[in-house]
Write a protein that binds this ligand. Sequence first.
Ligand SMILES: C[S@@+](CC[C@H](N)C(=O)[O-])C[C@H]1O[C@@H](n2cnc3c(N)ncnc32)[C@H](O)[C@@H]1O
Ligand code: SF4
Length: 332
Amino acid sequence: MVSDTFGRPLRDLRISVTDRCNFRCVYCMPKEVFGRDYRFLPRRELLTFEEIERVASVFVGLGVTKLRITGGEPLVRRDLEVLVERLAALGDLDLTLTTNGALLAQKAKVLAEAGLTRVTVSLDSLDDEVFRAMNDVDFPVARVLNAIDAAAGAGLPVKVNVVVKRGVNDGSVLDMARRFRGTGHTVRFIEYMDVGATNGWRLDDVFPAAEIVRTVGAEFPLEPVEPAYRGEVAERYRYLDDQGEIGVIASVTQPFCGDCTRARLSADGKLYTCLFAVRGHDLRATLRGGADDRELEGSIRAIWERRTDRYSELRTEETAALRKVEMSYIGG
Ligand SMILES: C[S@@+](CC[C@H](N)C(=O)[O-])C[C@H]1O[C@@H](n2cnc3c(N)ncnc32)[C@H](O)[C@@H]1O
Ligand code: SF4
């Protein structure tokens, strides 16, 4: 086990397997910036599955119990189930995947068979026009709903992530709650965050979590649920009529740095100790420089023990203007 300067243990590792994506969500990879000419990482710069497995196994040795595969869009990386199988073999872990769902329907069964324990599917609206405008590649809602059904059919528990942007899809909040109550799929509403430097974030675009809870609660009464574990990012609320629960992730209006137990590995092997970091630590250089597992563990331990990040709690006009790395690169 290892703790940082604020006594926060290292429990979760988010692994970005690619910086590419088949969507151009306006809040993440806006087309004007990530159009055809954007310089994505060349293949040789990506960690191989063997390298990812090695790094992950060292993290597990240091106390990590939860691995999340993300990106970019993780399912655009070929044969992802092979990586899932290798990671599943590392122990009794919570092994999950965040995806936009575009390629999930055809992959759900092999991923479940490879040992994935659950999946999070992002879907920002049930209104086709709103959703197509938000993903900006004209992708229809029906195909994501179909992917959610395929995942559930393959035995994977499903969560649905909704990023709420004021004036864009705040009108979809209640629809989403209505559609997924009683299905066993928990919807998690996420405040639009100032990650990266390309989405033109403004505080006025944030639809606060408290407003989300009020909106849903006005139609379906809710009560708060105690956090299940330290570092849980979503505040949970249950429907009083036992039709399940929703989560809200209030990273802007109620930052939760004090309990943050997450590290992030970018697709090219940089370790970031905060979503809002400007710089990462080059684990790929350590790996490819011939370090053995003990040396790798020493590097990771030293990075975590020095960790002082609490960006969201310190967020000011000045920090908001920092040249932060993109979420599609670092892994959401
Ligand atoms: C970066 S994506 C990567 C995985 C996959 N492509 C997906 O969309 O689920 C991970 C999550 O981050 C969320 N996200 C992206 N940009 C965001 C932002 N500016 N604020 C809040 N959440 C954001 C996405 O909606 C998604 O649920
Ligand atoms: S949120 Fe996910 S699906 Fe949307 S652009 Fe970012 S990486 Fe792609």
